[in-house]
Design a protein around this ligand. Structure first.
Ligand SMILES: Cc1cc2nc3c(=O)[nH]c(=O)nc-3n(C[C@H](O)[C@H](O)[C@H](O)COP(=O)(O)OP(=O)(O)OC[C@H]3O[C@@H](n4cnc5c(N)ncnc54)[C@H](O)[C@@H]3O)c2cc1C
Length: 470
């Protein structure tokens, strides 16, 4: 293992992953006398905390994504490289992509985490999670398609299943999704449909632990729960999902087993370190925890390799409070900044004290005028917390790019309660439309409606004719 300290030889820093960890490493190195290669399989940085707003039609994907080349266009020492790293050779000091290898002196691995289904991978297509832009667009398709299908459905039981949304996991993502779907159903969409009353929508939030938002003070978790209930969400804590099959979710609360029919099941429960963790384990012998996170040293390097750092969601850093730091953006950001500073110090022959996370607190949005904020010095709830949430997110977004468009979008949504991005898109959406139209046409031919018995049936038939003939 070589750590190049020679003067006039550019030190090669390779960063894998342009999420929060990798991005802040590269940003903090921008004026350093090093060459930085930032590799990501996507050409943009994604602001994951706002993915749920894409999934529920408030924002569109571009609003929360920033092209990496644009972010680094003024950083002359930074090369952005689009590609997926498959392997690492720590002996030759190279990262291995499909068609090339890239040498490094110092390597920073910041490849994040993926969904985890606790050994039930067959649930993955039935209950999609939220991690990428594609996930958010797929969730959006499922959510808005469910209302469309309910509008067309004449069988009350099936219609109920279309209007039942089950969210598994009561952390911030689950809570934010549940709150946003409740607002959609009870407020935004209320006047948009003719055959269904969207306020009859049932939204169920299932949480394994005793509290939702478990990382927050328990009184804020309780506030979160009550606020969701006021929005019409049924919150079941101490509840474990035991099966998902044929549009039925089976869950256990104590000894009681229940089943609910739902056409839209969303996963916000488990995460696991990205596959790069296993690659590192195989190549260096470093240990991973049960969630696939790499156990790092106090300076975020891995055992035996002083020039390999692992940061962000992929790292298990357990030197503060004995438990691993949470997988949140501020941890990844601060770790990225720390590693960059340490690299600069090392090149001057100096060191830094071990990494220490400065916990700034946590926050979650529940709905319009409703949020909870847990800071070390103050706890906020309701409108004040909501304003605080907005300011923090606007600050973060503007730091990246001119995302003022998001601010205008929020302001517009606030005034009008509208969600302009509720598009049902993708090939699957087109296929679905075809299937629905064809089957509707077939049904009409087989059973021509002679005497619609209700106003609602008449509307349904009219809508079907429009759909079948358009
Ligand atoms: C839906 C959702 C909501 C969230 N809400 C919040 C919140 O409200 N507050 C908060 O603080 N945190 C939140 N988080 C967590 C936060 O987003 C993460 O903690 C943070 O993004 C971790 O940063 P990271 O750099 O470790 O990984 P990521 O940001 O996930 O970035 C990893 C990057 O690595 C790239 N990559 C992965 N594998 C490879 C490979 N083999 N080759 C090349 N590139 C690769 C990926 O494309 C990605 O760009 C949320 C996360 C999600 C999914």
């Amino acid at each position: 293992m070589v750590v190049s300290l020679e003067k006039n030889v550019p030190h090669e820093v390779v960063i894998i992953g342009g999420g929060f960890g990798g991005l802040y490493t590269a940003k903090t190195l921008k004026k350093a006398n090093v060459n930085v290669t930032l590799i990501d399989k996507r050409n943009f940085h994604l602001f994951q905390p706002l993915l749920y707003q894409v999934a529920t039609g408030t924002l569109s994907p571009a609003d929360i994504s920033s092209p990496l080349r644009a972010i680094f266009k003024k950083s002359k020492n930074t090369h952005v490289f689009l590609g997926e790293v498959n392997d690492i050779d720590p002996e030759t000091q190279e990262v291995i992509l499909r068609d090339r290898t890239i040498p490094y002196d110092t390597l920073v691995v910041a490849t994040g985490a993926n969904h985890f289904y606790y050994g039930h991978d067959n649930w993955r297509p039935l209950a999609p999670g939220l991690k990428t832009v594609e996930d958010a667009v797929e969730m959006r398709r499922r959510i808005f398609s469910a209302f469309e299908a309910a509008e067309k459905e004449t069988d009350p039981e099936k219609r109920r299943a279309w209007l039942t949304f089950v969210i598994v996991g009561g952390g911030p993502t689950g809570v934010e999704l549940a709150g946003a779907i409740a607002e959609l159903a009870h407020k935004t969409l209320k006047e948009d449909f003719r055959n269904i009353d969207t306020s009859e929508t049932k939204i169920l939030l299932l949480q394994g632990g005793e509290y939702i938002l478990p990382h927050m003070a328990s009184q804020l978790s309780e506030v979160g729960k009550v606020s969701l209930q006021k929005l019409g969400v049924v919150v079941n804590t101490k509840t474990r999902v035991t099966n998902i099959e044929n549009d039925i979710v089976t869950f256990k609360q104590g000894e009681e087993v229940e089943e609910i029919a739902s056409k839209t099941i969303l996963w916000a429960a488990g995460v696991k370190g990205s596959p790069m963790g296993q690659v590192l384990a195989n190549r260096t012998g470093v240990e991973c925890d049960r969630s696939g996170r790499v156990i790092v040293e106090p300076d975020l390097t891995i055992k035996g390799y002083k020039n390999i750092f692992v940061i962000g969601d992929l790292a298990n850093f357990s030197y503060q409070d004995a438990k691993p730091l949470p997988g949140v953006a501020p941890v990844a950001k601060q770790q990225g900044e720390y590693v960059a500073k340490l690299i600069k110090k090392r090149l001057q022959g100096q060191i830094l004290p071990q990494f220490r996370y400065n916990d700034v607190g946590s926050l979650a949005m529940i709905g319009k005028n409703l949020a909870v904020v847990d800071l070390s010095f103050i706890k906020l709830q309701g409108f004040l917390a909501w304003i605080f949430w907005l300011i923090v997110h606007i600050y973060f977004l503007i730091e990246f790019d001119t995302k003022l468009v998001v601010v205008f979008q929020w302001a517009w949504n606030y005034i009008t309660r509208n969600r302009r991005s509720r598009l049902i898109t993708g090939q699957e959406a087109l296929e679905e439309a075809k299937i629905v139209n064809n089957s509707t046409e077939a049904t009409k031919i087989a059973n021509p409606p002679t005497q619609p018995t209700s106003h609602s049936k008449l509307q349904s038939y009219t809508a079907d004719i429009e759909a079948a003939t358009s």
